[in-house]
Design a binder for this molecule. Sequence first.
Ligand code: 4AD
Ligand code: MG
Length: 430
Amino acid sequence: MSHTYISDLKNYVGQPVTIKGWLYNKRSSGKIQFLQVRDGTGIVQGVLATNDVSPEIFQMCDRLSQESSVIITGLVREDQRAPGGYELTLTNVQLVHLAEPYPIALKEHGIGFLMEQRHLWLRSRKQVAVLKIRAEVIKAIRNFFDSRGFVLVDTPILTPAACEGTTTLFEVGYFDDKAYLTQSGQLYNEATAMALGKVYCFGPTFRAEKSKTRKHLTEFWMVEPEIAYAELDDVMNLAEEFVYTIIRQVLENRPEELKILERDTKPLEKIKLPFPRLSYHELAKLFKEWQHNFADGNDLGAPEETVIGEKFDQPLLVHRFPMKVKAFYMKADPANPEVALCVDVIAPEGYGEIIGGGQREDDLKRLEEKIKEHKLPRAAFEWYLDLRRYGSVPHGGFGLGVERTVAWLCGTEHIRECIPFPRMLYKIYP
Ligand code: 4AD
Ligand code: MG
């Protein structure tokens, strides 16, 4: 049987339609029942009067429990007061499955409980809105790179070596040996960029983050462009245009979802190019001026991200961090070898770092030294060193965390709502 999706009701005013979905909510005033049905594309209210259907159907509807699956048929009416703007005058209701008492009522529940019920919690209006915005962010990401001549490459998930430090590695058995779940596709992307010029990889990445914060997942999605012959300024220009494009596309295409989430979009609307840029050194001086206690020489942490969120209403590009707080592959600034040619993008409103990247060390000797300094197993990096033996060129790129970006755009307090099934410290169910 053909049926209509709720999002298409505007095309069927005055006509009968059939909707297949689940009972979201129900009200009754004796002779009339109001059934709110959701189908994934929206929610519509069906009005059921005793005179319009058989007594059996009317009684059956009276017993309908939340999340029972139903197929409803009725005439579409425009009604500004109805949620979604349309109402159905029902002529038939067919029960597909009578749901057991549903654990998630339409009221506030504790987050611990909701996380245990994540497989059901996903059906709620706000969670549906977050997932639609996540899909929009991913669409914007792909479109941005595809339309600029970047080639999508898929880097491996199982890797023999660390990319982002050895403290957050997930180890897995690999036949008689061991391997790690990838922390970043970057190193492999550097190889593919030498083959294809401009590339990006996009996939899940894994970090055994031992800390419990609202910004860390142990499994998250990252998109990573890498460009041959790019220097730090090129990377920064690309990063800001990229972030701006994602924001605009979400504002343009997902206004209803942002409204469901009660996201104040003004702070997003006022973001414009170019974004402010500060070197780490300049930022450290500002922290002093603002009397924010910051140990100069350390990486930025949550307290610094909060201060930046208060002082800047635009995403902030922070470049040239001290070499010693950054990964082994970073290229030193020829003007000051103490600092790396790197950049972090810090989102406003306290959402923190959404991008990390920069220019890569392209000199064989210096890279060999860095691998030694960081006590990394040289043999696992021989192939990576080859990239500096055969036509080495300046190159760079960055990684953007999808869930942090979604959290920011949706205004969700915690990153766990920004991926269908979050994985966090000691948490892997459902
Ligand atoms: O700054 P990171 O560690 O950079 C890299 O992995 C580089 N290899 C990327 C590159 O240059 N190709 O991570 C990049 C981004 C962060 O800015 C953040 O948005 C996200 O990945 N991220 C996380 N998101 C959620 N949970 C975590 N535990 C995350 N760790 C990093
Ligand atoms: Mg980083």
